[in-house]
Design a protein around this ligand. Sequence first.
Ligand SMILES: NC(=O)c1ccc[n+]([C@@H]2O[C@H](COP(=O)([O-])OP(=O)(O)OC[C@H]3O[C@@H](n4cnc5c(N)ncnc54)[C@H](O)[C@@H]3O)[C@@H](O)[C@H]2O)c1
Length: 356
Amino acid sequence: MSKLKAAVIGVGGISECHIKGYRQLKDDVEVYAFCDINPDRLKYMGDTFGIPEERRYLDKDEMLKAHPEIDICSVCTWNSAHAECTIAALNAGCHVICEKPMAMNGEEARAMKEAADRNGKLLMIGFVRRHGRDAKTLIDFVKGGFFGDMYYAKATYVRRNGAPGGWFGDKSRSGGGPVIDLGVHVIDLCKYIMGNHKPVSVYAATFDKIGDRRHLEESKAWVSTGRAKNDIFDVEDFATALIRFDNGAIISLETSFSLNTAEPRAEIEIYGDKGGAKLGDEVTMASDLCGHLVDLSFPSNKNFVFEESFDAEIKNFVDAVLGRAECLAPAADGVSLMDIIDAIYKSAATGSEVKI
Ligand SMILES: NC(=O)c1ccc[n+]([C@@H]2O[C@H](COP(=O)([O-])OP(=O)(O)OC[C@H]3O[C@@H](n4cnc5c(N)ncnc54)[C@H](O)[C@@H]3O)[C@@H](O)[C@H]2O)c1
């Protein structure tokens, strides 16, 4: 069988994780063509990864037209280009993995899923946290009945000085701040582990009290490749939300780019009537056994490892395309998450609970 030819649209920071993931799968995939609207970045990435000049494009439509032989495509652009690039690639006959957040809103996400269905192609969403060792461990415990009925979760992704700059703070390209950038990771992880129930309502608030702290240089968690001194910052810097699901379960969200906390962290807590767990710097669990409260920990490392999880995500995408595995993050889950994000912003704007 010939190798799958992979294209990448948007060869910025995160695309390197996709490309490295494909390069781990040498027997199945050839990293074949790159597209980016930024010629300097296109040249740098083309040179770095040995893509011949005739397969480097500034325009996705030109690339897709010139190379109908492309089989699979990673969409790693800023958020406002996810829908148009994904739909173009699907219409050109590619299977697509699109970075999180799936889109700017639920309407765009639905159009993307519809394009995948119409073309009979796979559309996977880059919910990388689903592919971490910590998530896989918890899913084993869910299947083993450890948690019982999971009714409450805390989804926390707070940075104290973590606005990445570049397009991330420009609402017209990002769709929002920490909610749509960081919140999606932890909301999705809780939702996924708790059984992927249907969201029914949201009560939320967003704040823009601190801004992007561009005057402070220390401890930036993730810096955009396009960061500049005059970047726009018109998104929220902190948000909180209560998300209710059709089984009665609640996820409580806290997320920030800027916050006066000494404890920036990305962690989730899951609580069931039989057991609970926390995924943070390590994975810990709590329950009662034989008449006693117990805390459980693991002798081996179950923590989330960034590069390893990306490799696992890309492998799952390729395996799903080749019919060897079930896709762990299908488009329908991306649409559901975008409905939650829409409801968070709507509730914050109106001050009222929003039904989904
Ligand atoms: N899964 C994760 O942990 C994770 C981490 C970081 C970023 N991301 C996501 O990845 C995406 C990219 O983020 P990044 O940090 O790599 O940003 P980036 O700014 O480094 O890269 C984005 C690239 O897309 C290009 N681009 C924009 N519109 C385009 C278009 N229409 N056609 C071709 N190229 C286009 C830009 O020129 C830029 O080079 C975002 O959606 C972000 O949310 C995910």
